[in-house]
Design a protein around this ligand. Structure first.
Ligand SMILES: Nc1ncnc2c1ncn2[C@@H]1O[C@H](COP(=O)(O)OP(=O)(O)OP(=O)(O)O)[C@@H](O)[C@H]1O
Length: 267
């Protein structure tokens, strides 16, 4: 009986990667204060791919920072059931003095993974992002798209359940903050397809911030729209498996809603 309850508890925990209840974030005090987020309610299931969309300054990055533990919420609760989330930023932010493999190994080293295991895992992750054989290159020897692949492999190393500290039942969570927006259109298109392949291969949950409605609909299973400041969830769409005319009409609908949100803020 106890074992069943325990199994149920683990399963329930594993079904959600992160949950926000009434989350608010205020920067500063008094008249100078900025309410970045207000009463955000959102849940990302284990293994789910959610895209967060909103106008510039609506609090998307703030929200990711709260999940990543880079900042604290002013109100509400964030229930993080995943192993330590990893963030992929617009800029890959690799250590220039380390090789690609060295960059991927870094979070493994910090997690206390032994040397030979680190090497093995870093090589496997570089293979996963199709950089097998380039592990000895330094960041300046790689293209922008390749550097972002290394950053993705490093994030996967950081969030993967490779430790023996009891995180075994926890889902992994990847936070991505406009990771492809600095890339040219062709590279972006290729990396979007790669990210979908990697998401399916790893089963990690992804919370992906973007300004780009097409990107959100192409990648996400669910698209969540935040209002302009303060950011609050105004609407969401299930976009899993959309194609052809229904994909086009959903993109149009989300674009119209995004424009409405932006203009209501400007008014
Ligand atoms: N450290 C901070 N101190 C004060 N205000 C901040 C701070 N960080 C963010 N803000 C403000 O909070 C609001 C939300 O910022 P945030 O960067 O989260 O928006 P965003 O949706 O990610 O924007 P963008 O799409 O342009 O990157 C903005 O008005 C911003 O100026």
């Amino acid at each position: 009986m106890t074992a069943t309850v325990e199994a149920q508890r683990v399963r329930t925990e594993a079904q959600q990667a992160v949950r926000f209840d009434g989350v608010g974030k205020v920067f500063g005090n008094g008249k100078q204060s900025v309410v970045a987020l207000d009463q955000v309610n959102l849940q990302v299931e284990a293994g789910e791919f959610v895209c967060l969309l909103g106008a510039s300054g609506c609090g998307k990055t703030t929200l990711l920072n709260l999940v990543a533990g880079l900042d604290n919420a002013s109100s509400g609760t964030i229930d993080l059931s995943s192993s330590r989330p990893a963030v992929v930023f617009q800029e890959p932010a690799l250590m220039p003095w380390l090789t690609a493999a060295g960059n991927v190994e870094l979070p493994l080293r910090m997690a206390g993974v032994g040397r030979s295991e680190r090497r093995r895992k870093a090589a496997a992750l570089l293979d996963l992002v199709r950089l097998g054989g380039l592990g000895n290159k330094r960041p300046h020897e790689l293209s922008g798209g390749m550097r972002q692949r290394v950053a993705l492999a490093r994030a996967l190393a950081s969030t993967a359940d490779h430790t023996s500290n009891g995180d075994r039942h926890k889902p992994s969570l990847l936070l991505m903050d406009e990771p492809f927006s600095a890339l040219d259109a062709i590279t972006r298109d290729v990396l979007q397809a790669e990210l979908l392949r990697i998401w399916r291969a790893t089963g990690t949950a992804i919370l992906f911030v973007t300004h780009d409605v097409r990107e959100a609909v192409r990648l996400g299973q669910r698209v969540v729209l935040l209002s302009s400041r303060p950011g609050r969830v105004v609407r969401e769409w299930t976009v899993d498996g959309l194609a052809g005319a229904s994909e086009v009409s959903t993109v149009d609908e989300i674009n119209a809603e995004l424009r409405r949100v932006i203009s209501s803020h400007a008014a």
